[in-house]
Design a binder for this molecule. Sequence first.
Ligand code: NAD
Length: 472
Amino acid sequence: MYDREEIYINGKWIKSHNKERIEVINPSNEEIIGSVPAGNKEDVDNAIKSAKEAFVSWSKSDIGDRIEILNALSASFKEREEELAQMITAEVGTPIGYSRTAMVGTPRVVARSYAKILETYNWEEEIRNSLIIKEPIGVCAFITPWNFPLHQIIGKVAPAIAAGCTMILKPSKEAPLSAFILAEIFDEIGLPDGVFNLVTGHGSEIGEYLAKHIDVDMISFTGSTGAGVAVSHAAADSVKRVTLELGGKSANVALEDADPVLVAKKAIQACHQNSGQTCSALTRLIIPKIMEEEICELIVERNNGYIVGDPLNEKTRCGPMVSAKQQISVTEYIQTGIEEGAKLISGGTGMPEGLSRGFYVKPTVFTNVTKDMTIWKEEIFGPVLVIKTYENEEEALELANDSIYGLSGGVWSKDEGRALEFAKNMKTGQISINGGFFNVSAPFGGFKASGNGRELGIHGLEEFLEIKSIQR
Ligand code: NAD
């Protein structure tokens, strides 16, 4: 059992002021695997006080010390990789291989990338008679989701440490466990007391309280667009900096000269990875009408062979949904797709064959989708791919941009220059051409309702800095 009795404030493990507990459930077998404290406002006040006091010295800390901490953090992730991967698979249901690489491997590389950035980062510059100084913004509050629990945390914590900020983390209640390991690591590697504080609890209570608090200088939120809007409202009166990483409904576009086999091969994984519970998943596949038959045939074959089941089985590609709520929501979207007249070509409602327990859904693909359909417009956050055809490239672009979101995207073409031109006209934050790999040093963030601000790399660091100009 992963039971955690205490939260982490000012370098100490202490009891929460609230006796209530939050249970953590393994979505692959519906068993309770642990519980964490439901921290309250008093806990948050203490965490903020400790972060405020620690800021005085940490904001002036030696850059070499910050580099050491970030490298030690990265090394600890390597040492505890298997433990963390097993834990995240148990709370989220992610296939174990993917947990090792994406859930733990990526945070390890991100932590190291910030140590590297600090080696050469320019904290001062001259513009004519002005000296421009970059300073840490102050006390930061982080509210994070369950889908990539550790990665979403490190995308905020690592640049904040690099910048010289102090922080309070409120992880999601579905997947809070890796945050406790993170606090243990900081304790071991000697991060000064109060720089990192952990309070678990309910978003609507302590999340909003953090966003409102006058002594929090910045709030960085990752999660659904609805909760992001609530956080923005709560933060408005104190005029703090707010960065938001929200939802998506990203387009994957095959241009007319794309290789249909390659498109079909990659489209399923680009949508279904992490059981489709990926904010940057490419969930709308946009293809030339003339390729429809060939691509759909290949996609049905791949989707039918996409192995769903026990996430601890190394062959599994798709684990369960994180919770019963998420399973119900995804199933309702599939039902709505059928009722609104889309053509179901693979998957559907109900449990996948051979499974009777766990929050599973069938990986699903729809064609004949129209622009007014719910499954075209809304983020489903499950393994549901919708396919739409186009007659010409102008229409393809119009369809790609036909979303309130703009987080991610894909373009396929034998001519990279042509794909690049198309990508430049897409209203979205990051685009992969012909399956280009995720880059931990490139800025990550959204256009439109997908949020504001950027994480990762130098752009992610600069979100945590204030800029001062001194004229002489
Ligand atoms: P969620 O919005 O329900 O919860 C996210 C976090 O916000 C949790 O810690 C939760 O406790 C907290 N929260 C909830 N309501 C709150 C409120 N009123 N005030 C303050 N905090 C509140 O989202 P989720 O279900 O955990 O995650 C799924 C969503 O996150 C999807 O929409 C997905 O697209 C999005 N997401 C975006 C990114 C990105 O980088 N853009 C990454 C991962 C997930």
